[in-house]
Design a protein around this ligand. Structure first.
Ligand SMILES: [Ca+2]
Ligand SMILES: [Ca+2]
Ligand SMILES: [Ca+2]
Ligand SMILES: [Ca+2]
Length: 363
């Protein structure tokens, strides 16, 4: 199942659903609940959960987080109780306020939505050693979505089955949690043909309903319940929503997708990542830059990502930026870059596609 199926609908507090009573056949509006009230209730439920539950921390080597044995680890959450012999387990709440760099750790990220500062709880088992992820990227991961009572409403247990999905289409709490981890550094092919990813971020996010589905959840769960997602974050890839050749994540320099104004160069109310003429000079951004691809180093094909990366490092022009390395079916790789000409303005180098005084078309 794909998370995109569960886009957050834009609901206001005035949204109503109608139901009919048997007796009178009347239409009775049922108001959507107050977000603050649901937040307070969910917050209490989540903290109670942390006090009464533990995870399988004994199965993870925290002394050597990059021990290959850790790569197959996924979180299992369970109740602390005398009845099931787990009364001596460490509750999740104990990982709150850990010193920097100590794992496992339970971090709180404040996410403002609908005028509420939400506490998004992020349980980090391992931060990950690969790439940073932007909220505007697509990402591939192994995940399970569940509610506090253990009901699983969504999951992807095998990365081979799923393509990276755009993080812009998932619930806010999931997206804001994912970007706190890093991707894998690569993978190992096992004797049986299966794939093990290495050194990726592992953890879970716990969110109040307002950062999830709120009044409009998947049919298998109730309205207004907190959501938990267990995560193994595998890889990221670029999106380019406006098709202008500049990856979305490079059109949001501050990484803050909630405040479009900061990254709207021509102030036309379309943020740069959804604006194909970023400086509003009438020349499309795609025509003010030059997209390039390299299949070899001038002689030999790139036989690994590392070769393509090394070629870029050694040969990139000063105004050329790295975009991606694409794997080909035949086992070779293509290096994608973009040349972004810039002009000095008052001692600062400004890309021409962000400078309406320069209208030179390259193509
Ligand atoms: Ca773009
Ligand atoms: Ca704009
Ligand atoms: Ca743009
Ligand atoms: Ca332009």
């Amino acid at each position: 199942m794909n998370l995109r199926k569960f886009l957050i609908p834009t609901l206001s507090l005035f949204f109503v659903v109608f139901s009919c009573t048997d007796e009178e056949d009347d239409i009775v509006p049922i108001a959507t609940r107050e977000r603050q009230e649901v937040y307070d209730e969910n917050e209490e439920d989540i903290l109670t959960y942390f006090e009464t539950h533990f995870f399988n921390y004994e199965d993870f080597d925290f002394a050597d987080a990059n021990n290959p044995a850790n790569n197959e680890f996924t979180i299992v959450l369970d109740t602390i109780s005398i009845g099931n012999g787990t009364s001596d387990k460490t509750p999740i709440i104990n990982y709150l306020n850990q010193a920097e760099g100590v794992f496992p750790r339970l971090d709180i990220k404040i996410v403002n939505q609908d005028d509420i500062d939400y506490n998004l709880y992020i349980l980090k088992i391992r931060a990950g050693e690969g790439d940073n992820i932007s909220p505007l990227d697509a990402a591939a991961m192994i995940y399970t979505g569940l509610t506090p009572d253990g009901t699983i409403f969504d999951s992807q247990v095998n990365i081979g089955l799923g393509q990276p999905f755009d993080l812009s289409g998932v619930v806010a709490g999931f997206r804001e949690g994912i970007v706190e981890f890093k991707t894998s550094t690569g993978f190992t092919e096992n004797a049986d043909g299966s794939i093990t990813y290495n050194n990726h971020g592992i953890g879970a996010v716990f969110m109040q309903s307002g950062l999830g589905y709120f009044a409009d959840p998947p049919s298998s769960i109730d309205q207004y319940v907190p959501l938990f997602f267990k995560l193994n974050v595998i890889s990221r890839s670029n999106t380019d929503y406006d098709g202008d050749g500049i990856p979305s994540h490079l059109e949001h320099p501050d990484g803050d997708t909630t405040d479009d104004d900061e990254d709207d160069t021509d102030e036309d109310s379309f943020a740069n990542y959804i604006d194909n003429d970023d400086d509003g000079d009438g020349v499309l951004t795609a025509d003010e830059i030059e997209q390039k691809e390299y299949e070899d180093d001038g002689t030999n094909q790139f036989m690994s990502k590392a070769e393509a990366q090394a070629y870029f490092t050694a040969n990139a022009a000063t105004d050329e930026i790295f975009i991606s390395i694409e794997a080909e079916q035949d086992g070779t790789y293509i290096l994608h870059t973009v040349v972004v000409p810039a002009t000095m303005v008052n001692g600062v180098s400004i890309p021409n596609y962000l400078n309406s005084d320069i209208t030179t078309e390259l193509e």
